[in-house]
Design a protein around this ligand. Structure first.
Ligand code: PLP
Length: 471
């Protein structure tokens, strides 16, 4: 243990009477705060000197992990480098100090950014119109499904209450459909990880094709595989009067390669915070713009006040402009190359259930050698010891030991090679010193957490405060 104050809360560093501030006397003149508004007890605030406060928060920030500290191969989340120029532009006072209620004639610049970003998104996706209002990917899914519901209602077609969602879909897909008041019907994947078109045909007959509102798809799907059968699927769905929804949370592999609009999708959302470089994770901020084909734009609902997360839109537009039409095309192929490089370099020691060329990400099913007793969870925890963020684990649910890796286009060959070497080292340790892996992490401020206990009995309050209240 070094002398950094790991684990201390600022309240525990408090010393009665210690001050880190000085206020001018009588700043508010003779104004008397009405008696009923005055507090009777002092607020329970920590009392610390300035240096203690600075050290406390600096040390806390050093316990964070982000793409600016190290490699973060979190599949399905696209933790890619966020160029700093986007931050500078979004933080310009002319944008940052805007108020949503200020007179429209004073916000023409911001309005132009929104219009031009929507235009860029239309060009990148092949769709007709976008709304920037949704605050996240899941919020975009809900918005898109609301558009689809309204479209059917506008035609007096009220019996369409079902949404087809592949078994490989991101969990937000069925959740959004449920929130939208729709019923979920699961479509099965083939052994190669893509949608089973024959089974889909049978499914449509079985559930009654007139009751289907939409099919939601992710392409490349959550296994990182390109759905080759999209033309056949799109025809089946449209022939029965339903619409095609595209989950474009991760657009990275598609940029400059293919467009959902050209594949026959009618409605989609994009996570600006993933593909278009807003720092994310830890819950925000985000933006999930929704795009639609011509004729559906009148069904956009009002899902947020004002103009959505403008600063996220600002970063996305800066990012798109800085790459330009000619360089944005490089993203998809480079992200695909990096993912395949890692996959091919590790598939002799990690189980690769679907051995084909992947797009931007791929999934291992744990270690190849199943006799060691070392699980995907153990591998993920051991990676922390080596200074890497863990990949996405136990998702997708199609395999028991899923380990989903997405390197993104930004990483150098040297970074990928170091990661590959560490993954091989862990596979070796699993054979020679399995306990070293199963008891990891060893080098982090907090060791292995009992996540069942943490989920079932979360302690979300500050303990000392709780004790004070008890007394
Ligand atoms: C991240 C993700 C979502 C959800 O996006 P949020 O912004 O976290 O709500 C939906 N679908 C896929 C495929 C994703 O990767």
């Amino acid at each position: 243990m070094n002398n950094r104050l790991y684990g201390n809360l600022i309240f525990e560093l408090s010393q009665e009477g210690r001050k880190g501030y000085s206020l001018p006397k009588n700043r508010f003149g003779d104004y008397k705060v009405p008696q009923e508004l005055r507090r009777t007890d002092d607020a329970a605030l920590p009392e610390c000197d300035e240096m203690t406060v600075v050290r406390h928060y600096t040390n806390l920030s050093a316990n964070n992990f982000g793409v600016d500290n190290g490699f973060y191969p979190l599949g399905s989340c696209t933790m890619k480098y966020n160029p700093k120029i986007n931050e500078e532009i979004a933080a310009l006072p002319q944008f940052q100090n805007l108020h949503p209620l200020q007179p429209a004639e004073t916000t023409k610049g911001a309005e132009a950014v929104c219009t031009l970003l929507c235009r860029s998104l239309c060009e990148l996706t092949g769709l007709h119109a976008f709304t920037l209002k949704p605050f996240a990917g899941a919020h975009g899914e809900l918005t898109g499904l609301m558009v689809i519901k309204k479209y059917h209602e506008s035609r007096g077609d009220l019996q369409r209450t079902k949404v087809i969602v592949p078994d490989s879909a991101h969990g937000t897909n069925p959740a959004s459909a449920a929130v939208c008041g729709l019923d979920i019907v699961e479509a099965k994947s083939l052994a190669d990880g893509t949608i089973d078109v024959e089974a889909l045909k049978e499914l449509l007959d079985a559930v009654g094709s007139h009751s289907v509102a939409a099919m939601m798809m992710t392409n490349p799907n959550t296994l990182g595989l390109f759905e080759q059968q999209i033309p056949a699927i799109e025809k089946l769905i449209h022939d029965c009067g339903a619409l095609m929804y595209y989950d474009g949370a991760n657009l990275n592999p598609m940029l400059g390669v293919a467009r959902p609009g050209d594949m026959g999708f009618d409605v989609m959302h994009i996570n600006l915070h993933k593909t278009f470089s807003t720092p994310h994770g830890g819950g925000g901020p985000g933006a999930g713009p929704v795009g639609v084909r011509k004729g559906l734009e009148s069904f956009f609902p009002k899902v947020s006040p004002y103009h959505g997360n403008f600063a996220v839109a600002m970063r996305a537009y800066a990012y798109i402009l800085s790459l330009g039409r000619e360089h944005i095309k490089d993203i998809g192929p480079l992200a695909t190359l990096n993912a395949n490089y890692i996959k091919e370099s590790l598939k002799d020691v990690y189980e690769l259930p679907i051995d084909t060329t992947c797009c931007h990400e791929f999934v291992f099913d744990g270690l190849k050698d199943k006799s060691t007793g070392v699980t995907t969870m153990d591998v993920a925890k051991r990676l922390l010891d080596y200074g890497y963020h863990a990949p996405t684990i136990y998702f997708p649910l199609l395999f028991h030991e899923s380990l989903m890796i997405e390197p993104t286009e930004n990483e150098s060959k040297e970074t990928l090679d170091r990661f590959i070497a560490v993954m091989r080292q862990i596979a070796e340790e699993a054979k020679t010193h399995p306990e070293q892996v199963t008891s990891a992490p060893h080098n982090t401020p907090i060791g292995r957490v009992d996540d069942v206990l943490a989920a079932k009995h979360p302690v979300v309050t500050y303990r000392q405060m709780a004790r004070q209240e008890e007394n």
